[in-house]
Ligand binder design. Structure first.
Ligand SMILES: [Fe+2]
Length: 250
């Protein structure tokens, strides 16, 4: 199977459209969506509808911003900017799209044998998996060979070798190829980065392709019209910071 893996679209329809355009010629079997469809960006309806209208089968889990926009979580853990955007999003979403966001399932979600997706971590959808120590905790009891997670907006791969330590690889560049060693008992926690609000100082949209037969993961970074996404945020009256950060990739 060849999977398109996307995460943290955050209401940025310009970035999502660029990703979907970029993979239009690819042979793909399914889409794995790691959550945070909305929040921050000014086009939540467009993002929800674009994802709902995909021709490919999709597996999706909800993100923390989806929960707040849908009224499942009160957002009291959010900073003021995030909360303002989540409340704005809740008002903007059509009744149908609000229902779609509310219906997104909680992760982790098993996609196939040995393949799971989640938003934060397999044990807590709101957890920020950032360090080797975080990964070590998870690997000590989580035995799934390949798990994709989002939430941090930073492309990275953690690998656990039997009898060995944890390796972390921060994935940076136009196209980064990872050859997985699942057949040798290595387990992985992999983050595709963010489509709509990258935070690794590279403002380009990030996504991955995972070929489960070849056991190859490709991270790609692509340009999209950042200025248009910024303009929509400013026109919507959302906090200016949300527009500024898109150009900085942070
Ligand atoms: Fe996010």
């Amino acid at each position: 199977m060849r999977y398109l893996i996307i995460s943290d679209m955050h209401g940025n329809s310009d970035a999502l459209a660029a990703v979907l355009d970029h993979v239009a010629g690819e042979e793909l079997d399914a889409v794995l969506n790691l959550g945070d469809l909305v929040g921050y960006g000014a086009s939540p309806n467009e993002v929800v509808e674009a994802l709902d209208g995909l021709a490919l089968p999709s597996h999706t889990v909800r993100g923390n911003h989806d929960k707040v926009a849908a009224g499942i979580d009160d957002g009291m853990g959010f900073n003021p900017t995030a909360l303002t955007a989540a409340r704005w999003t809740a008002e903007q979403l059509t009744a149908e799209n609000l229902e779609r966001v509310r219906a997104l399932p909680q992760g982790p979600k098993q996609v196939d044998e040995g393949l799971v997706i989640c938003h934060g971590s397999p044990f807590d959808e709101d957890y920020y998996l950032l360090s080797v120590f975080d990964a070590e905790d998870i690997f000590s009891t989580w035995k799934t060979p390949v798990t994709f997670f989002g939430h941090t907006h930073v492309p990275a791969a953690f690998a656990s070798r039997e009898g060995g330590g944890i390796e972390i690889e921060v994935l940076y560049g136009d196209e980064v190829k990872l050859e997985l060693e699942v057949d040798y008992g290595v387990r992985y926690l992999i983050n595709p980065g963010s489509v709509g609000q990258p935070r690794d100082r590279d403002p380009r949209a990030a996504y991955m392709i995972y070929d489960s037969e070849e056991q190859v993961v490709l991270l790609r970074r692509i340009e999209y019209p950042v200025g248009e996404a910024q303009e929509r945020i400013i026109e919507a009256g959302l906090p200016r910071l949300l527009a500024d950060r898109l150009a900085l990739g942070y």
